[in-house]
Ligand binder design. Structure first.
Ligand code: SF4
Ligand code: SF4
Length: 352
């Protein structure tokens, strides 16, 4: 269990193909020519991640649904009892593909939608994808989250709100990301963009949902740095199409060790390494992983950071679900339930 052990990866992103069927203007994670990683090699990499104790594996790209044996990869992840997630642009979804993903045992899908009408920067538009969302709402047995992006190269930030409302109307969940530059760093937001981010976060109803747990994002949208320890290379791994482990999609080349030679010593060393890019980092999945460790190591101060109280209110009074969590996490009340902690961890990761 990730909250109990600091020695295993919580989350690994793995790339089944670098190729993408789109070419978004802000993206540095795709090309138009790479072949899919051969299936035997993909299955071997899943086995290697399982041997390291990985808890969640996310198939990313490029466009992962371009891999002809995607469902077989998902099945292998599930065989190991690991949670399987796909990040996709959604273009290749059909009712039949959704049913195949159901049968493979997929746990979670995230689709990024950037605008209402396609434009020069991005074709990931609600207009094109709305039918896919309706199919997902009707047929998917896995959890579906729609992520919209706000940032310098997105021309109409208010459209992110339209996208989030549509996702919720269909019974899907919704999050918003702040766009980063080509090294994963912040591009400051305008007042209008900042307002959109806040409104989307407030659309999320459950008090302990993923969309509410972005204390780092609030700093970033104000142009402020975050004080945190990035555990990429240890608690989070990024495995590229060549089978090398990197810190994240934006810091490829470090440490760039083959997954087949990656050991628990590597996990520990890289987890402890300070990354100079951390203060303005926008890579939200790595922040979420760090939040889990922060909850494990400093539960009370982490909960206080997640749920700051208005100065006038005086005494710290968390919402009821958080008071329950406090009782479970704090050392004075060691009555923790494994399944409850697991659900909490998955919510922080945005997987339930
Ligand atoms: S769909 Fe995703 S991977 Fe493809 S170009 Fe756009 S952002 Fe990049
Ligand atoms: S701080 Fe970590 S996750 Fe963020 S860009 Fe740097 S290495 Fe990647």
């Amino acid at each position: 269990m990730a909250l109990k052990s600091a020695r295993r990866p919580v989350l690994a992103h793995i790339i089944p193909t670098r190729r993408c069927n789109l070419s978004c203007g802000y993206c540095n994670e795709f090309n138009s020519f790479s072949k899919p990683v051969p299936i035997d090699e993909m299955l071997r990499r899943i086995d290697l991640l399982a041997a390291l104790g990985t808890m969640v594996i996310t198939l990313s790209g490029g466009e992962p649904l371009l891999h002809p044996q995607m469902e077989e990869i998902v099945r292998q992840i599930r065989r190991h009892g690991i949670i399987a997630e796909v990040l996709t642009n959604g273009y290749l979804l059909t009712p039949e593909r959704i049913k195949r993903l159901n049968r493979a045992g997929l746990d979670h899908m995230q689709i990024s939608i950037d605008n209402v009408q396609p434009d020069e920067v991005s074709k990931k538009s609600l207009k094109v994808l709305d039918q896919k969302l309706r199919w997902l709402a009707e047929l998917a047995e896995f959890h579906v989250n729609i992520n919209s992006v706000v940032g310098a190269s997105i021309e109409h930030p208010e459209e992110a709100l339209t996208i989030a409302r549509r996702a919720i109307e269909l019974g899907l969940s919704s999050t918003v990301g702040v766009i980063h530059d080509h090294s994963g760093q912040l591009r400051p937001l305008s007042a209008e963009q900042e307002k959109v981010v806040q409104e989307i976060a407030s659309l999320s109803r459950p008090i302990f949902s993923a969309a509410r747990h972005n204390p780092w994002q609030e700093n970033l949208i104000r142009g402020l740095p975050n004080e945190w320890h990035c555990r990429a290379g240890g608690r989070y791994l990024y495995v590229c199409e060549d089978g090398l482990v990197h810190y994240c999609s934006q810091q490829r080349g470090h440490p760039a060790i083959p997954l087949s030679r990656y050991t628990h010593e590597d996990l520990e060393r890289e987890s402890g390494t300070t990354k100079p890019c951390a203060p303005y980092c926008t890579v939200s999945c790595v922040h979420r992983v760090a939040l889990l460790d922060s909850l494990r190591e400093n539960p009370r101060s982490t909960l206080e950071r997640l749920f700051p109280q208005p100065e006038a209110s005086g005494q710290q009074r968390f919402p009821v679900p958080v008071r329950i969590l406090t009782a479970l996490f704090l050392p004075s009340n060691p009555t923790s339930s494994r399944s409850f902690l697991r659900r909490t961890a998955l919510r922080i990761l945005g997987l339930s």
